[in-house]
Design a protein around this ligand. Structure first.
Ligand code: TRP
Length: 327
């Protein structure tokens, strides 16, 4: 029996951080043997908000690719590709746009939210409204069964299912309705205790050096009420402890929690343990990053081969789509 198809994408909007690594990449790696996986870099999606300045897109695409490989995606197992190399995504997006009621797109929560949140860009564009529909095209063109994404992406998956249903109603069964593959992964807080996010400037990046990681953790805030070394603290109020929950063993977590509550250890000792664990986790990733970054030809080869393979599948689906639509 053939494997079920998994598809997921990631936007090349700058460096990836350890939250992306724990949240998305590690999961992609984990399921790559079980499913027929398509993973891609959504550079057209980046354009929906970064259209005015495209000077860094190439670099970001390369960075995402390097990180995916460094995290353990195997180009011989998974199909790794770049969205803009598969023009069929645009064709399907166009055809789907003909039958997509405007209201469906206008009521996707991220549409209004991001327009309000992002002040330095004009997101009042046709492309930005169509963001979820382009995502639907990405998913449907590979007839994906499962889409591993975070909860924030569930509305986009919901509209994809609605679009698939509408298409199938008009023209006959072409697309399976994809399901989300929600994995429970720990929430990674940033160095200031808020959600780790590039907008907040509180990230530990996969591209950071060991010195930068150490520096960032050393200067993290802790329980604000623990002022002196002899004060007992509450680990739950410390972002450092939140990171211990993700990166440290249960024993270490218990040890630092107790040390904090009893003033048995200082914040620096606690941070040292975290630093050691984050460095241990990132060491193999850095090692592989070095190898790939030193070999641009290899990177081009990987993304070209993956894109060619993806394109074969996309072209095939489009033949069905055109026929079903009577074109
Ligand atoms: N919107 C997704 C994100 O920001 C990226 C994406 C684009 C995607 N197309 C996709 C994810 C298709 C899953 C499937 O994370």
């Amino acid at each position: 029996m053939s494997k079920k198809i998994v598809l997921s994408g990631i936007q090349p909007s700058g460096n990836l951080h350890i939250g992306n690594y724990i949240g998305a990449l590690q999961n992609w790696v984990k399921i790559q043997d079980e499913f027929d996986c398509y993973y891609f870099i959504a550079d057209w999606h980046a354009l929906t908000s970064q259209y005015a300045d495209t000077s860094q897109i190439k670099e970001y695409v390369r960075d995402v690719l390097v990180n995916c490989l460094a995290a353990g995606l195997d180009p011989n197992t998974s199909t790794i590709f770049q969205q803009s190399r598969i023009p069929e995504h645009a064709e399907l997006h166009l055809l789907l746009s003909m039958m997509t009621p405007l209201g469906w797109l206008e009521r996707v929560p991220s549409y209004k939210e991001k327009q309000l949140e992002v002040k330095d860009k004009d997101l009042n564009t046709y492309g930005f409204l169509g963001y979820p529909l382009l995502q639907s095209a990405d998913i449907l063109i590979y007839r994906a069964h499962f889409v591993p994404v975070g909860v924030d992406q569930m509305p986009h998956l919901e509209i994809t299912r609605e679009i698939a249903r509408r298409f199938n109603n008009f023209y006959g069964e072409v697309f399976p309705e994809p399901d989300g593959l929600l994995t429970k992964f720990p929430k990674v807080v940033g160095t200031d205790g808020r959600k780790m996010s590039k907008t907040y400037g509180n990230c530990i990046f996969l591209s950071d050096s060991p010195e930068e990681v150490e520096q960032k953790i050393r200067t993290m805030t802790t329980d604000p009420q623990r002022i002196k070394r002899t004060d007992a603290g509450n680990p739950e109020l410390s972002p450092v402890y939140q990171l211990h929950k993700v990166f440290s063993s249960r024993e270490e977590q218990a040890e630092v929690a107790k040390g904090c509550q009893t003033a048995g250890i200082g914040c620096i000792d606690c941070k040292k343990i975290l630093i050691k664990n984050v460095l241990t986790l990132l060491e193999p990733v850095w090692e592989k990053r070095r190898v790939y970054l030193a070999d641009p030809d290899l990177l081009e080869d990987i993304i070209r081969t993956g894109s060619e393979k993806a394109r074969v599948a996309a072209v095939k689906t489009m033949e069905h789509v055109r026929e079903a639509m009577g074109l």
